[in-house]
Ligand binder design. Structure first.
Ligand code: G3P
Ligand code: CA
Length: 254
């Protein structure tokens, strides 16, 4: 049996507000400015994505290439940290964000440690054991072990994380529900099971089953108040949203 965990939402408590890629509807995603906007909006956690540069430095970036969210081009894994740092990661979003840089994971964690906030860190794409070890090393060096929750679609990345750092809570991202979510939660030592909001709304009894096994549930990526309400009623513990200000305000109002 899994022990009940501290991420389960007590009865009547508001859902945890998790800002998807930072406040990504208001600022360039996965940057420190998006993180600051999310913090000021009242987000409990920031969600972001981590991948390594060519020289092995974990950077915060969603896509496999820098093409969409910077003024550069190419796969992140083909560019060095110095090359990534030279890119503009703000002007694609709006001219007044020109000069915003891609953050390293270390910079993002330092910002959270000094200014506040917790991180739902998605290990994006397949990672070797050594690449996961580098992420763990950065989290430990920044003394953020107690404020980082790891999630991934990649089962192997979660297994590497558990082997290297069993103290880090783990969530499995899913696009659709497993036949037996509790079984996979036990197998992977999950603290949370994180499917789409739509999948949960279609099969809400899954949440009770996971809760009885001591597993929290976080739903992604939900931006409508009607669905926030449904997910709260189903009992999910956290909601990942592009609109953290509105969800935090909605939480306060209801
Ligand atoms: O946190 C869940 C969500 O971020 C997964 O999708 O593509 O935005 O990383 P994606
Ligand atoms: Ca993500």
């Amino acid at each position: 049996e899994l022990a009940p965990n501290g991420y389960l939402r007590p009865d009547g408590a508001p859902v945890t507000v998790i800002a998807h890629r930072g406040a990504s509807s208001a600022a360039p995603e996965n940057t420190l400015v998006a993180q600051e906007v999310a913090r000021r909006a009242g987000a409990d956690w920031i969600e972001n994505d981590v991948q390594p540069s060519r020289d092995g430095v974990p950077f915060v970036l969603h896509d496999g290439t820098v093409d969409r969210t910077t003024d550069g081009a190419g796969a992140i894994r083909s560019l060095t940290a110095a090359q990534l740092k030279a890119l503009d990661a703000g002007s694609w979003f709006a001219p007044h964000y020109t000069g915003v840089r891609l953050p390293t994971l270390a910079e993002q964690l330092a910002d959270l440690r000094t200014r506040g906030g917790n991180l739902l860190l998605e290990i994006k794409g397949a990672h070797s054991r050594d690449e996961v070890a580098k992420i763990v090393e950065v989290i430990r060096a920044e003394q953020m072990t107690g404020r980082v929750f790891i999630q991934s679609f990649e089962v192997d990345a979660l297994k590497h994380t558990y082997a290297l750092a069993p103290e880090l809570p783990l969530g499995l991202l899913r696009g659709s529900l497993d036949a037996d979510p509790v079984a996979i939660a036990k197998e992977l030592h999950l603290t949370a099971y994180n499917p789409t909001g739509a999948a949960l709304i279609a099969k809400p009894e899954v949440v009770d089953g996971l809760h009885k096994a001591g597993v929290a549930v976080m739903a992604w990526t939900i931006d409508s108040a009607a669905q926030w309400r449904q997910l709260e009623q189903i009992g999910v513990d956290g909601i990942i949203t592009n609109r953290p200000a509105e969800l935090a305000g909605w939480n306060a109002a209801f």
